[in-house]
Design a protein around this ligand. Structure first.
Ligand code: URA
Length: 247
């Protein structure tokens, strides 16, 4: 098992709240069992192993970015140009989480700067202005579940989300926002471990590690011409999250 595989394995257990795992003592080379014994008795005694902290006590966004480094942990590294870490106010009370970078984001290394990103910016700024909330896009923090562009903008694979998810979780733990807004099904799945669709989950409060989380539609979905109802609902969702955070 490589150190990276071990780390992913431990992350999985840590997310389940497991603090200790038990490892069997390896049998020594010359160990021989002379008399037949029941299998349980012959098995070496398990040894408790304390799981190492996956999140450094004094974690920072800079450390997380350094840990990502020139990441080669999954296949997405093969076709990416730039890693898209996240951008905005690092002390923001509100974090938006999207799915993964598209072509424009991959070229510039910044999240949500293409068509979907322009729509997201308008939604944040216009809703805030209409509702009398004095914020602009740079006041919030925006990042994605996966930091490298999936080829042809396909949905990230579960293993890609799991590997990159550890960095998203660390980002959220460092920022500790008052609320998270999950944009679309991939973000909702990554943060809530749910199979429910966005239509079912949107507009309601959920929680990620005690931080209130609202799910809404992904802006790319809202760019499709026939989704008028979804657009109206997304504006409602945004009003809800902005008032919750900034009132
Ligand atoms: N879509 C996303 O989910 N994230 C981006 O950064 C851009 C488009």
């Amino acid at each position: 098992m490589t150190p990276e595989q071990l780390r992913q394995y431990l992350t999985f257990y840590q997310d389940l709240g497991v603090k200790n795992v038990y490892r069997r003592t390896p049998a020594t080379k010359n160990q021989t069992v002379k008399t037949p014994v029941p299998a349980e008795a012959a098995a070496p005694l398990p040894v408790p192993v304390e799981l190492p902290a996956l999140q450094p006590a004094d974690d920072t966004l800079r450390k997380i970015s350094e840990d990502i480094g020139d990441c080669r942990r999954c296949g997405l590294c093969q076709q990416r140009n730039k890693i898209v870490f996240g951008s905005g106010n690092e002390q923001s009370r509100l974090v938006f989480v999207g799915e993964g970078p598209g072509a424009d984001e991959d070229a510039q290394g910044l999240p949500f700067i293409g068509r979907a990103g322009q729509l997201l910016t308008q939604m944040i700024e216009n809703t805030a202005a209409k509702e009398g909330i004095p914020i602009h896009r740079p006041d919030v923090y925006i990042c994605n579940v996966v930091k490298c562009r999936p080829p042809e903008n396909r949905t990230p694979l579960p293993e890609e989300m799991e590997i990159c998810g550890q960095f998203l979780f660390r980002q959220l733990m460092v920022i500790k926002p008052k609320a998270i807004c999950a944009l679309g099904a991939t973000a909702a799945k990554a943060l809530l471990a749910t199979k429910d669709g966005v239509t079912r989950m949107r507009g309601k409060w959920h929680s990620w590690r005690d931080i209130p989380l609202l799910v809404t539609y992904h802006p790319s979905y809202l760019l499709r011409p026939y989704n008028q109802d979804a657009k109206r609902e997304a504006w409602e969702d945004l009003k809800k999250v902005l008032h919750f955070v900034y009132d």
